[in-house]
Design a protein around this ligand. Structure first.
Ligand SMILES: C[S@@+](CC[C@H](N)C(=O)[O-])C[C@H]1O[C@@H](n2cnc3c(N)ncnc32)[C@H](O)[C@@H]1O
Length: 272
């Protein structure tokens, strides 16, 4: 028989998620939590959501991370929201920087980080930016980060990538690996991944020239959203570019930024 999610267990689980990583679930999300966690509870042979809540609280066998993965979506793909990559390319082409440091915060499987790496590698090759560039991808989920570091993707996730880029930067799998591509070593050596919880104080990582914080703010309530955006923006140099998902609405931050396009901003300089 399937376990039922009581209000108490819902509060316990949503409280744990909010306190540790800022995920905010209104009571209307009770059916969602129930449907996402019930198969896991059954698989573990647990009798109730209360027992599962105790397990994630104790982080038994890394179950906290598993619950996070079940409750969030890691949906991502290469060159998602292409207008942002156009803003990035136009800005870099105009400014011709000798170096560029990019942070993909909430990178999921790394599609955003490697898309940016392809763009920067092309621009450096064409002499439009200097050759000193790198990309850092971070996420809360260890599972997606391990996959990101391997740099292996189902070809389908590169559906919006120009075919000549796929040819230049991807190695096609054969036999058992058919349908998969691996990022080439020349891209992988420029892209690093590490675990980072956006809801905890961010140590000095930057300054970055560009930060992507896309499609993660949706999980946070307004005060957490504002705190995360301001905290992330401390790592962006004045004049640097900042991107959030176009569906994520207004940026609720105190840091002065100028809108360039939907979801695309520039951090103001002292002179602006
Ligand atoms: C939908 S994906 C976004 C991927 C990519 N940025 C994009 O737009 O395609 C959201 C990611 O946010 C991560 N995430 C959720 N809460 C987080 C937190 N508190 N700190 C860091 N990452 C978090 C999830 O693990 C997930 O991989």
């Amino acid at each position: 028989m399937q376990a039922t999610l009581s209000d108490r267990a819902f509060e316990k689980i949503s409280g744990l998620m909010y306190d540790s990583i800022g995920l905010s679930f209104a009571i209307s999300k009770k059916p969602l939590i129930s449907s996402r966690l019930a198969p896991r509870i059954q698989r573990l042979g647990l009798a109730s959501f209360e027992a599962y809540a105790a397990m994630i609280e104790a982080d038994e066998g890394g179950e906290f991370q598993m619950a996070v993965d079940l409750l969030t979506t890691n949906e991502t793909y290469f060159f998602r929201e292409p207008a942002h990559y156009a803003v990035l390319e136009e800005t870099l082409a105009r400014e011709k920087p000798r170096s560029a440091r990019v942070w993909s915060a909430a990178s999921s499987f790394g599609d955003e980080a490697y898309s940016t790496a392809m763009l920067l590698a092309d621009m450096a090759q064409q002499g439009r930016i200097g050759n000193d560039w790198s990309v850092l991808g971070t996420d809360i989920s260890d599972r997606v980060l391990q996959s990101a570091s391997r740099g292996i993707f189902p070809e389908e996730r590169l559906r919006d990538t120009a075919p000549e880029r796929v040819k230049r930067y991807c190695l096609r799998g054969e036999g058992e690996s058919e349908g998969l591509v691996q990022m080439s070593p020349k891209l992988r050596e420029r892209v690093r991944f590490g675990q980072l919880n956006l809801c905890e104080p961010i140590e000095d990582l930057g300054p970055f020239d560009v930060i992507f914080l896309r499609n993660v703010l949706i999980y946070f309530d307004p005060p957490t959203k504002a705190a995360v955006v301001d905290s992330v923006l401390t790592q962006l140099r004045p004049g640097g570019l900042f991107f959030i998902g176009t569906a994520e609405g207004r940026v609720p931050c105190k840091t002065p930024i100028t809108t360039l396009a939907p979801g695309a901003f520039r951090k103001q300089t002292a002179a602006s």
